[in-house]
Design a protein around this ligand. Structure first.
Ligand SMILES: [Zn+2]
Length: 272
């Protein structure tokens, strides 16, 4: 009996050995690297301390509609000047970090580099930033790519982000709620007005949208919000089809005066 128990115990350790050795071997062959500067780090899917310190998390106090940070708290219901001057069609938007140099590097690598570990890093931060959006048990809708663009890029980074958020929150992801019905020009370098014209009418809701959402709110998932033209167009497609509550979550957000580099990013992960 005793020797049997010892054998079972030893078997447990031995059973884990291949995985432990495999992990150690992998770490030796491919040591985890900082997602920004590629310095060696202890844990995979993260940044080194120096790069992490350069990220600018967006925290309260912030505009309850647009999610842009305030210097000082103006009270829970105080809106930003931007939200008052040009009210967005969606209810609330939240973003994990300000769009700065480090965020730009991460997003461009995620978009063009086919690196799923970047989506895991960004998605985890988005889960925290969107905390108040998850209570209504929304459906997650990644900003869709046009099918032709999807083939060229191999994957949709907004879908990858939505999947990570779904894994952590238990929320469902439905990438088919809205489709991009026409290819649009790349948003990079376009003015705010041109961006709006560019994506106007570009999105169409699924014909059975309301049957799929069953009255639940929808949270649009995007990588970067610049002028908001893409998320506004997706919101309008959802509302036209009858969805009542629409919120938005993004990894990064361009905030004027905060290291913004609008000309260098494709709004909404766009395309073309
Ligand atoms: Zn680094």
């Amino acid at each position: 009996m005793d020797s049997g128990a010892v054998l079972v115990k030893a078997g447990g350790v031995l059973g884990r050995l291949p995985r432990m050795v495999g992990r150690a071997l992998l770490d030796t062959l491919y040591p985890p690297l900082c997602l920004n500067c590629e310095a060696a780090v202890v844990d995979a899917d993260g940044l080194c301390a120096t790069c992490f310190a350069k990220l600018r998390p967006i925290t309260a106090p912030l505009c309850p509609r647009l999610g842009i940070p305030f210097q000082i708290s103006l009270g829970p219901d105080a809106l930003s000047a931007e939200a008052i001057a040009d009210p967005p069609p969606f209810d609330r938007s939240r973003s994990a970090v300000l769009y700065n140099e480090v965020a730009r590097t991460i997003v461009s690598r995620m978009k063009y580099g086919d690196r799923p570990e970047l989506a895991r890093f960004c998605g985890r931060l988005m889960v925290g930033a969107g905390g108040e959006l998850w209570a209504g048990k929304p459906i997650l809708l990644p900003v869709p790519l046009h099918p032709l663009r999807h083939i060229g890029r191999r994957y949709n980074q907004s879908l990858e982000l939505a999947r990570v958020i779904g894994q952590f929150t238990g929320l469902a992801v439905d990438p088919e709620l809205v489709r991009r019905k026409k290819p649009t020009r790349q948003q990079v370098g376009l003015s705010a007005e041109a961006r709006t014209r560019n994506v106007a009418g570009a999105f169409a809701a699924h014909p059975e949208l309301l049957a799929r959402t069953k009255g639940r709110p929808v949270v649009i998932v995007d990588d970067v919000i610049t002028t908001g033209s893409t998320i506004n167009a997706v919101t309008k497609a959802l509302q036209k089809a009858g969805v009542g509550a629409v919120d938005v979550i993004s990894f990064a957000r361009v905030v004027p005066g905060h290291e913004a580099e609008i000309g260098l990013v494709a709004d909404g992960g766009l395309p073309i």
